[in-house]
Design a protein around this ligand. Structure first.
Ligand code: IPD
Ligand code: CA
Ligand code: CA
Ligand code: CA
Length: 266
């Protein structure tokens, strides 16, 4: 599979950060960890990986802006382009030795995501997409799953911590979804959740209160794999909304209806 020069830059940065993460994953008990909020951790591994990515991307495209989870935003001189980066999505998994985590790198051009890379170094799975050119897992072209009804579907979600604001609303959504689908899964890494939808592993996914860096690359993967990924009103997901509901056209519609179902009043 021939990749564009742009995608190559992103892939090289993701692979290099992946090496740094793999080294740290082997020594996870020695990492310094600090707490940003309720159940919100950041470790030396997150910071090191972000530095690697930022250096690689800014060396290759010095005029582009850079928004990463673990450092101050850099405004580019170019005005049109911005990298959006989660150096380690799934920090909690990582710190527990669970090999479900990923590097996520997206490029925004004039407010639109035009390229995305999600890489899980623990499984060596590299997901790539460029607008209009399809989505790939390593060299394999991706297509979202074909299941049409929720009763056959396995859907992913995010489970908010008790101390975070959307916990009660989530329990209501979950109760509604559990009554309709074949299975609910929680990976603990939103970038991978979205990649799993693109790869047809998950039929659908929903989560709220995400950040731009969690979802920017994954949204493009899904769209380029023929799926739908929107905010909960069905609008083109702005990465700022933090809301995602995803699937093929049938599951996307059905799942949106279920998560927004009003709470029964008796
Ligand atoms: C988190 C993961 C998780 C999601 C959280 C995110 P992080 O990202 O994507 O699946 O539920 O909302 O903050 O902090 O591990 O990069
Ligand atoms: Ca985090
Ligand atoms: Ca994240
Ligand atoms: Ca992160």
């Amino acid at each position: 599979m021939a990749r564009s020069a742009l995608l190559n830059v992103m892939v090289q940065a993701a692979l290099k950060a992946g090496k740094s993460l793999s080294r740290d994953f082997g020594e996870v008990q020695n990492l310094q960890v600090s707490v940003k909020g309720p159940a919100d951790f950041v470790s030396q591994a997150d910071r090191r990986a972000e530095r690697v990515i930022r250096d690689e991307l800014l060396k290759a495209r010095p005029t582009y802006g850079f928004l990463g989870e673990e450092s101050d935003e850099i405004k580019g001189t170019d005005g049109a382009h911005r990298w959006i980066v989660d150096p380690l999505d799934g920090t909690t998994n990582f710190l527990h030795g669970i090999p479900l985590f990923a590097v996520s790198i997206a490029l925004e051009r004039n407010g639109e995501i035009v390229a995305g890379v999600v890489f899980n170094p623990a499984t060596d799975e590299l997901y790539t997409a460029e607008k209009g050119s399809g989505a790939f897992l390593n060299d394999r072209r991706l297509r979202v799953a074909a299941r049409k009804v929720l009763s056959d579907a396995v859907v992913g979600c995010g489970v908010p911590h008790l101390g975070r604001r959307n916990h009660g609303a989530f329990l209501i959504e979950l109760r509604h979804v559990m009554g309709e689908v074949a299975g609910v899964r929680r990976l603990g890494a939103a970038a991978l959740d979205l990649a799993y939808v693109a790869a047809g592993r998950f039929d659908g996914f929903w989560e709220n209160h995400l950040n731009a860096w969690d979802i920017a690359a994954g949204l493009l993967l899904i769209r380029e794999a023929g799926g739908y990924a929107t905010d909960w009103n069905g609008g083109a997901t702005s990465i700022e909304s933090g809301e995602v509901v995803a699937g093929n056209e049938y599951i996307h519609k059905a799942l949106t209806d279920v998560i927004k179902r009003p709470v029964p009043t008796k």
